[in-house]
Design a protein around this ligand. Structure first.
Ligand code: GBH
Length: 446
């Protein structure tokens, strides 16, 4: 395959960390094996009407059983980094107490397999699969869950801390807040704005406590948060649109970034929530110091921008992908990366997710032609490359996703993988984009 591109070649810095990402509930399956407890996503996906076609993660891509084959596929692509998540209910079935050795052993085997193949492991501690027992005790609305998370994190650090160079705490706290508690599209399926922002605070607190737990173990690994960030642009040049865009940015980006990187929540968001809100009343002395515990890097996930109207709604401007919420705007990658460096200084950044779903089908000739994914990734790589050239310390880039997987409420209808999964047989087929990505990694550019 030729990488010749009319826009000219992109050369990335030596050693750039080309990678791919997944998460536990989306690929592992084996929902009842080796002492795994139930998570809120087991409950949610098994509740009629919650996911498309009633799909669940019971089997998913069966990665729990096929991880050796998947490791070989990663090596075949030449991945330098692999981002996965650890399933909390595999480690603590009920979210507390002595860790389950069989659960830890699975991740130990996975991490060993990565290292044998020269692929750097990047482990996310929480990608939304909260133990159901903790949800029954109040979930993220309860401050106690943040302390349970720190204990779980400590158990994982003690078991794997010597083998995992980069840890990410909580995947996309905002998605738990918005989809889990504002709109109800995700577990636990609530529509309760007052609870939602208290949940945001407890997720941020849990992040900070986990950072402190890693430091307390003396672990050499680096650690940071994983935020899905959205560049927000005003839909017209009125003062009203500018003000609405600013507040929108506060809820989408600064609420998370400022608390971790500046040690304060944005004043405009706090004022908008109000002093009597459950969130503001739930902030205790010292919490922001915990949340702002120094981190080593920032993980950025970019999918879509927001185009904000004077009334504070969003509207469409760019072409959408197969996911109706995603507008394709590669420039947004440049804008969000350069903005972080401008507003928060030169903290090292890793892109931990970027990708799109394509209507992929397995052709009669056994190939999957997802050329739209190649175009998308090429344009986003180019935007990231320009950000690096402009001084952003971006060290790695993980495509979402390695494999087709359980896309939450969308079930298995959307295919986000570089690698096609034929679910009835669990056969894996490298899509055209995977073959292309292999050459990008080999050439360190495209
Ligand atoms: C990421 O979320 C997740 O980390 C990953 O697990 C997921 O598979 C991937 O992206 C692709 O979606 O109710 O209209 O908001 C990205 C943020 C939040 C976008 C949930 C889709 C559901 C549609 N996602 N949202 S909507």
């Amino acid at each position: 395959e030729s990488n010749a591109d009319p826009r000219g070649p992109l050369h990335f810095p030596p050693g750039f960390g080309w990678g791919a990402a997944t998460s536990a509930y989306q690929i592992e399956g084996a929902a009842k094996e080796d002492g795994r407890g139930e998570s809120v996503w087991d409950t949610f996906s098994h509740t009629p009407g919650r996911t498309r076609n009633g799909d669940t993660g019971d089997v998913a891509a069966d990665h729990y059983h096929r991880y050796r084959d998947d490791l070989d596929l990663m090596a075949d692509l030449g991945l330098r980094s692999y981002r996965f998540s650890i399933s909390w209910p595999r480690i603590q079935a009920d979210g507390a107490g002595k860790p389950n050795q069989r659960g830890l052993d699975f991740y130990r085997r996975l991490v060993d397999g990565l290292r044998e193949r020269n692929i750097a492991p990047m482990a996310t501690l929480f990608h939304w699969d909260l133990p159901q027992a903790l949800q029954d005790a109040g979930g993220w609305e309860s401050r106690d869950t943040a302390y349970r998370f720190a204990e779980y994190a400590d158990a994982v650090f003690r078991a794997l801390g010597d083998q995992v160079p980069v840890w990410l705490t909580i995947n996309e706290p905002k998605t738990v807040v918005q989809n889990g508690y504002l709109w109800g599209h995700h577990a636990p399926g609530r529509q309760d704005p007052a609870a939602a922002y208290l949940v945001a605070h407890h997720l941020q607190l849990a992040h900070g406590l986990a950072v402190q737990a890693l430091r307390a173990t003396g672990g050499a690994g680096r650690i940071g948060p994983a935020f899905n960030l959205h560049p927000c642009y005003p839909a017209d040049d009125s003062a009203e649109a500018a003000a609405a865009t600013r507040l929108y940015d506060g809820y989408e980006n600064r609420l998370y970034l400022d608390s971790v990187l500046k040690g304060s929540y944005p004043e405009d968001v706090l004022a908008d929530l109000g002093p009597d809100s459950r969130m503001v009343s739930g902030i205790r002395d010292g919490d922001l110091d915990v949340i702002a515990s120094p981190v080593d890097l920032l993980a950025v996930q970019y999918y879509t921008p927001y185009y904000v109207t004077a009334s504070g709604d969003t509207t469409r401007r760019w072409p959408t992908s197969e996911a109706d919420w995603q507008q394709i705007h590669p420039e947004g990658m440049y804008d969000i990366l350069t903005r972080i460096t401008r507003d928060y200084g030169r903290i090292p950044i890793t892109v931990t997710e970027n990708g799109l779903p394509c209507p992929d089908t397995l052709g009669a000739d056994g190939t999957v032609d997802d050329s739209g994914r190649i175009d998308f990734l090429r344009d986003h790589f180019a935007a990231a490359h320009r950000a690096i050239a402009d001084g952003v310390p971006l060290e790695s880039y993980h495509v979402w996703s390695l494999l087709d997987n359980f896309e939450w409420a969308e079930g298995y209808d959307q295919r986000w993988g570089l690698i096609y999964v034929d679910y009835p047989t669990q056969r894996r087929v490298l899509k055209r984009s995977a073959h292309w990505y292999r050459t990008v990694i080999r050439d360190n550019g495209c």
